[in-house]
Design a protein around this ligand. Structure first.
Ligand code: ATP
Length: 269
């Protein structure tokens, strides 16, 4: 059996407390967590549990973290796969992975399935005009078919993430599919401060470190950028043989993160 990893399955220990900011998204997902914890209760009330939730927002804003937190809060297993893994696969492989993953999740229901970068398989179909997108299309059709085929007793919630909601095939957004949309925005100053606090919990900080000021100086940073900045600062402190991370390290690290993302932009063009 030399088959490569098909999908990930895990128990999540992340909770909503690990996600800084994103209060609206958390409020919506708390509802889903409650469904997942008491599916029978909702079913007795005749309520239909949402099947698909689309998390939309820029890279690094915590979409994956949010999906894991939902699994952790609901205490259900977490199955995940990334849309980008299907690119350049042989026709049929993506569809069979999707089938396997849904079958495993149903067996362990209630469960959560997370599909990252859904746009890589879920772009509007028929735009390639015979451009050899069979694999992508089959994978997408399999996802849609699986979601349509859920038995009402199978409490599996599918969360998909994208930073390109504009390119998605309309079929994905139809009722009964990804009909709940949650926006995950870049953090504002208050959220950036919360993220900086979370990610510097284990970092020994010198007395001059002013997280409020750093939050003000990091407009446009995602949670992932902020995490990266704290880590860069710790690396700088390590290189200087310091026992604490000071404000200077933080400011230098901030510049590095800014430069790093500018460089990426140039290369990406
Ligand atoms: P992508 O679109 O690139 O997949 P994403 O939105 O799924 O990104 P995550 O992978 O969840 O982003 O975030 C990357 C890391 O950044 C997380 O593991 C976490 O450490 C940190 N992070 C991002 N947003 C937050 C947040 N709101 N609170 C705490 N940490 C965050």
């Amino acid at each position: 059996k030399s088959r490569a990893k098909r999908f990930e399955r895990g128990e999540s220990s992340v909770t909503f407390d690990d996600v800084a900011g994103l209060e609206n998204a958390k409020r919506d997902l708390r509802e889903i967590a409650d469904y997942l914890k008491n599916p029978e209760h909702y079913r007795e009330l005749g309520a239909k549990i949402p099947k698909g939730i689309l998390l939309m927002g820029p890279p690094g804003t915590g979409k994956t973290l949010m999906a894991k937190a939902l699994a952790g809060e609901s205490d259900v297993p977490f199955f995940s796969i990334s849309g980008s893994e299907f690119i350049e696969m042989f026709v049929g492989v993506g569809a069979s992975r999707v089938r396997d993953m849904f079958a495993s999740a149903k067996k362990e229901a209630p469960a959560i399935i997370f599909i990252d970068e859904i746009d890589s398989v879920g772009r509007a179909r028929g735009t390639g005009l015979g451009g050899g997108h069979d694999e992508r299309e089959q994978t997408l059709n399999q996802i849609l078919g699986e979601m349509d085929g859920f038995d009402p007793h199978e409490t599996v919630v599918v969360i998909a993430a994208t930073n390109r909601p504009d390119v998605l095939d309309a079929a994905l957004l139809r009722p009964g599919r990804f009909d709940r949309k949650i926006t995950v925005d870049l953090p504002d100053k208050k959220a950036r401060l919360a993220i900086l606090k979370t990610h510097s919990r284990k970092t020994p900080l010198a007395g001059d470190v002013d997280l409020e000021r750093l939050a003000a100086l990091t407009v446009g940073f995602s949670g992932a950028d902020l995490e990266n900045m704290v880590n860069e600062a710790a690396l700088l402190a390590g290189r200087e043989d310091m026992s604490e991370v000071d404000m200077n390290c933080m400011l230098n690290a901030r510049d590095r993160v800014v430069l790093g993302s500018e460089r990426e932009m140039v290369i990406g063009e």
